[in-house]
Design a protein around this ligand. Structure first.
Ligand code: UFG
Length: 338
């Protein structure tokens, strides 16, 4: 069985490629390298000890997508190729709508022609600022707070409407909480361009001295220590959820043509708790200070992952210390690359 991984050279896509291949799937990566270099692709090949087929292409180009699906028999596609910076999406909404929607529409169009299953990389952002935590898949999707969040909601709808209308395709949306960490080999991981937006890479870059100080956004939230609560999920655990979901689709185990699963740990950590866990896991003292709240941040969100635990037979297994030790090993490795 062949799985196409769009955006397979990125942070999540590279880890998913490794897990799929190790589970016995043929994997085909397609990426336009607009937001990454070859580091993760090379790392994937090194971990797996072979050259994973790679097509350099743009999913917004419908002719290229058509040619790809005509050239390869694809049983399932996992779609990661999208822009993902929340703040940038507010500044450049059309860039986000055009890229994230066009690419997915092109994939769905070919999935329909070829009868191919589709796994969409969605996000906890679709829940907006939830009234109750943990959130289940039944929790309401509240208005998104950014164009990026809108694209996630819209793509979920594109997928559910398509599988309802066309009986030769099935779809799953996985709603990720906060993916962090790196592969235990330290050969693949997160490689933000410029100043990181997200907490975990900002922590590791501060620890290594690329950034002078971490700013903790807000200390007056209605949470136990005043900082925001999130569900930080190890990237390898997250990648394994994709293998379970692909297996479920390809082995005809789905209970309806469209399914949604939360992919999180079920545990909430505050920003300060994550900093402390990093310091403990790696024996490092981090330079940080409080700063004003960041626009658009929700106070608290964490998953109820019990549906995924039960139906996918998947559970997050790695401890936060293991995850943060892997993130630190990766940061040290990329530092040696220059
Ligand atoms: N934070 C800091 N300092 C930083 C960076 C982040 O204090 O330098 C704080 C944020 O304020 C927030 C927490 O760390 O409280 C986590 O922030 P991230 O940017 O790492 O993650 P978010 O929860 O904001 O965003 C993540 C994904 C998005 C997704 C969103 C909602 O990165 O893609 O969850 O699902 F949209």
């Amino acid at each position: 069985m062949r799985v196409l991984v769009s955006g397979g050279a990125g942070f999540i896509g590279s880890h998913v490629t490794v897990e799929l291949f190790q589970a016995g799937y043929d994997v085909l990566i397609a990426d336009n390298f607009s937001n990454c270099d070859d580091t993760n692709y090379n790392g994937v090949c090194k971990i797996l000890g072979c050259e994973i087929p790679l097509v350099r292409m743009d999913f917004c180009d419908s002719a290229e997508v058509e040619a790809l699906f005509n050239r390869f028999k694809i049983d399932a596609v996992i779609h990661f190729a999208a822009y993902k910076a929340v703040g940038e999406s507010v500044a450049e909404p059309l860039k986000y709508y055009q890229n994230n929607l066009d690419s997915f529409l092109n994939i769905l169009g070919q999935a329909k022609v070829h009868g191919c299953n589709v796994l969409f990389s969605s996000s906890a952002t679709v829940y907006g600022e939830p009234e109750q935590c943990p959130v289940t898949e039944e929790s309401p999707r509240l208005p998104a707070t950014s164009p990026y969040g809108n694209t996630k909601q819209m793509c979920e709808d594109f997928l559910s409407d398509s599988v309802n209308a066309y009986d030769n395709i099935k779809g799953i949306s996985l709603r990720y909480f906060n993916p962090i960490g790196a592969h235990p080999s330290a050969l693949i991981g997160e490689l933000p361009r410029g100043v990181p937006n997200n907490l975990a890479p900002f922590i590791t870059q501060t620890a290594i001295g690329k950034r002078e100080k971490l700013r903790v956004f807000g200390n007056d939230y209605p949470t136990p220590d005043g900082t925001c609560l999130r569900d930080y999920i190890d990237i390898v655990d997250l990648a394994k959820a994709h293998v379970c979901a692909v297996k479920r689709m390809l082995e005809d185990k789905m209970e309806s043509p469209y399914e949604i699963f939360n992919i999180g740990t079920g545990t909430a950590l505050s920003v300060l708790e994550l900093i402390t866990a990093f310091e403990k896991a790696n024996g490092i003292k981090l330079n940080w200070e409080f700063a004003p709240r960041r626009d658009g941040d929700v106070t608290a969100i964490w998953a109820d992952p019990s549906l995924a635990n039960k139906k996918l037979g998947w559970k997050a297994e790695r401890s936060i210390e293991q995850t943060l030790a892997a993130a630190w090993a990766w940061e040290k490795y990329i530092c040696t690359l220059g």
